[in-house]
Ligand binder design. Structure first.
Ligand code: NAD
Length: 337
């Protein structure tokens, strides 16, 4: 049988990107909805044929434990709610897929990992680029030595943030552009390097007079040093548009722009004086479907998700180091966890 997802939080990403894709899954289906807004439960419940018995509020959320049709819980809430709702899902005996950023601190990530472990259930983070064919090809090209020895990675992500939203409210977001979009720069630099940074150095630029940035950062850029000697330069911005990465090695480069969006990916390589565009066939499952199926498969086969809670924790430790470096104005060395 297909495993059933409960979707927690019926906002933009859940309703526009995730719920419509579940019908294309091989191993998963939509089984239940969780929302604080009765009208949304009614509207989406009717649209997706979810019976009233499978519609939950945040108040009776814990009773999902008694619903055998729910195997998996997908937490798509504002960042500061990720930990609580993931932990409660683990305690209800469900596997968890939690959106990025995993939580708002490394300490919270550790509690989430412990809760899933104690329940004997899987915990996966919504890093969809790990299921996106062009990004996977990029990883493969670097790994296979196409660019030679990687020396310079650039990874830039940003957009112009609209005012008046939870992303600009620190108690809900946990931080500014870094938490929301800069995390793509960070995660891409790490998956492309194929190794873990040993040092970070960051600088922030925020106009505190801009009403959007009263308590979260706008731009934060940072560098990372990898054990091989490769360096990454990363951008995170809430006031300029970026969506690109490039890995330059001793023999050539591979790059993408747009790199990590929902669609429209474009990739180029350069080697021996020749620049070429890489075009891949449409995959049988797009990144959303592949991600949703992956947790279901892991739950069925007892395997660890390729983007586990530990992966989310690694990013969160680095985000904390990036913030610290910007605050203190000096490089931060990463210590082994
Ligand atoms: P959104 O604002 O559209 O949705 C958030 C939902 O949470 C809304 O339905 C809202 O009603 C609900 N909510 C519950 N309590 C709330 C509270 N106290 N304040 C505000 N909202 C509350 O946001 P979104 O864009 O859907 O983002 C949700 C999560 O998904 C975030 O963690 C975000 O980082 C992540 N996300 C991931 C991707 C991706 O590509 N992986 C894309 C977009 C968003």
């Amino acid at each position: 049988r297909k495993l059933g997802y409960a979707i927690v939080g019926l906002g933009s990403y859940a309703t526009r990107q995730i719920m419509p894709r579940l019908k294309d899954c091989e191993f998963a289906k939509l089984a239940a909805l969780v929302s604080g807004t009765p009208e949304k439960l009614e509207r989406y419940g009717a649209e997706y044929g979810i019976p009233k018995t499978h519609r939950y509020s945040y108040a009776n959320y814990d009773s999902i434990r008694d619903n055998p049709d729910i195997d998996l819980v997908y937490v798509v809430l504002p960042n500061s709610m990720h930990a609580e709702y993931s932990i409660r899902a683990s305690q209800a005996g469900k596997h968890v897929l939690c959106e990025k950023p995993m939580a708002v601190s490394a300490a919270e990530c550790e509690v989430m990992i412990a809760a899933a472990k104690k329940a004997g259930k899987k915990l996966m983070i919504g890093y969809r680029c790990h299921f996106e064919p062009y990004n996977l090809r990029g990883i493969e090209l670097v790994k296979s030595g196409f660019v030679g020895r990687p020396r310079v990675i650039t990874s830039e992500h940003g957009f112009n943030a609209q005012p008046n939203q939870w992303r600009l409210d620190r108690p809900l977001s946990g931080g500014g552009s870094m938490m929301d979009i800069g995390i793509y720069s960070l995660n891409a630099a790490r998956y492309l390097a194929g190794e873990e940074p040993i040092e970070v150095s960051a600088m922030e630029s925020t106009d505190r007079k801009d009403p959007r940035f009263r308590n979260v950062e706008d731009q934060i850029d940072w560098q990372m040093r990898f054990p091989s000697g490769a360096l990454a330069s990363c951008v995170s911005s809430y006031s300029s548009n970026h969506n690109a990465w490039r890995v330059v090695g001793t023999d050539g480069w591979v790059g993408m722009e747009p790199a990590t969006g929902y669609d429209g990916h474009q990739m180029w390589t350069r080697k021996g004086g020749k620049t070429e565009q890489v075009t891949l066939p449409a995959p049988p499952k797009n990144q959303f479907v592949a991600q949703l199926d992956h947790l279901a498969e892991c739950a069925m086969n007892g395997r660890e998700p390729i983007v586990s809670g530990e992966e989310g924790l690694r990013d969160m430790r680095l985000i904390e180091a990036i913030y610290r470096s910007a605050r203190e104005g000096k490089a931060v060395r990463m210590t082994a966890a």
